[in-house]
Design a protein around this ligand. Structure first.
Ligand SMILES: *Cc1c(COP(=O)(O)O)cnc(C)c1O
Length: 356
């Protein structure tokens, strides 16, 4: 594999993190960058250098036609002092899937993985060691060719930046209220909903802000065609625990295939639960609630790991769960996944990649 060009910043003082880490506001000393030039052999030299602002043409295609994709994962300082990544090869696979869908050139998977590991290693002093803290890793690719033509760009920039983050729930693992929307849609089958494409998130902002105005922290999206089947939450997949089944929406083409989702399915199967991936109608969820057959609902995603739902609103119906106590299975999954990530529980699936 190609050697990296590394221009290391020498720090004069120790890294100091503020008491209150707001998600994604502070960045580490270094950035990984690799440019793509179609007319010059494709991907150029992988480089790690001082974190800096970019100089980029206002005509760069990313600003006009939205060719932008990203990933999100974390590095954890484990209880034994080792630095761990959780299934990073899956993030690289998904980055390349998103790339294919948006006509962005793919990145050599081994190189992308090496880039993540090298950057984290160089900035490892930025990984907080307090429980629940971690270093958020954000790989992304943007189209940089200055051109108004509507076609795929001939130039791109692949970057990785890092941000130390605190626990998602500073007050503890608390359930969150969620609102189902049928006023807007996020993604439609055969569109880009199953990619981490930047534009998907812009499309969801209005619904999210209207939900916030009503006191709900997130939106639960329905399928775009029938507005009947539940799909996922802002940046989380969703699981519904019925009395005799734990169901999650099947990957129909408009849902983001979450790595936490995949890991939760595996854990539940191994724990002997009846796990299904299928269509789940919002009306089925409401009926089950009315008949006492609905035990809990929770979301899964890298940021919060597991998020228990306290209340679910759909038009004038409100499904009320425990406001202060997360669901039993949500709690068990949270303990298990964070236990594996922080090295308190044996990594029996080989999900952990160590840096160094
Ligand atoms: C990132 C994301 C998820 C969760 O994926 P993980 O790999 O578990 O972090 C779910 N839905 C959407 C829309 C996302 O962007």
């Amino acid at each position: 594999m190609e050697d990296f060009i590394i221009e290391k910043v020498e720090r004069k003082s120790k890294v100091e993190l503020p008491e209150n880490l707001v998600f994604g506001k502070i960045f580490t000393d270094h950035i990984f960058e690799m440019d793509y030039d179609e007319s010059n052999g494709g991907w150029q030299k992988p480089t790690i250098k001082k974190f800096h602002d970019l100089s980029i043409s206002p005509a760069a295609m990313v600003f006009h036609y939205g060719q932008a994709i990203f990933e999100g994962l974390k590095a954890y300082k484990q209880v034994n002092g080792k630095i761990a990544l959780f299934r990073p090869e899956e993030n690289v696979k998904r980055l390349n899937r998103s790339a294919r869908r948006l006509c962005i050139p793919e990145v050599e998977p081994e190189l992308a993985l090496k880039a993540i590991k090298e950057l984290v290693r160089i900035d490892k002093d930025w990984i907080p060691s307090k429980p629940g803290y971690s270093l958020y890793i954000r790989p992304f690719i943007i189209a940089t060719e200055p051109c108004f033509g509507v076609r795929a760009s001939n130039n791109y920039k692949f970057m990785i930046i890092l941000s130390p983050v605190g626990p998602y729930y500073p007050e503890g693992f608390l359930p969150v209220p969620i609102m189902v929307t049928d006023k807007y849609v996020r993604a439609v089958r055969k569109g880009t909903g199953d990619c981490k494409a930047a534009g998907n998130y812009a499309a969801g902002l209005l619904a999210q802000s209207e939900a916030k105005d009503e006191g709900y922290s997130q939106v639960l999206w329905l399928d775009a065609i029938e507005q009947n089947y539940i799909e996922e939450v802002g940046a989380m997949n969703i699981f519904v625990r019925f009395k005799d089944e734990v169901a999650t929406p099947m990957l129909s083409g408009s849902i983001l295939p979450g790595i936490t989702r995949m890991s939760v399915i595996q854990l539940l199967k191994d724990w002997g639960y009846n796990v299904t991936e299928r269509l789940i109608s919002i009306h089925e969820v409401i009926d089950a609630y009315n008949n006492g057959k609905l035990l809990e609902i929770f979301g899964t995603g890298t940021a919060a790991v597991i998020s228990s739902v306290s209340r679910l609103k759909y038009n004038d119906k409100i499904l009320q769960f425990n406001d202060t106590k997360p669901g039993e299975l949500a709690t068990k999954l949270y303990e298990e996944l964070t236990g594996i990530q922080y090295g308190k529980i044996e990594d029996r699936y080989g999900w952990i990649t160590y840096v160094d």
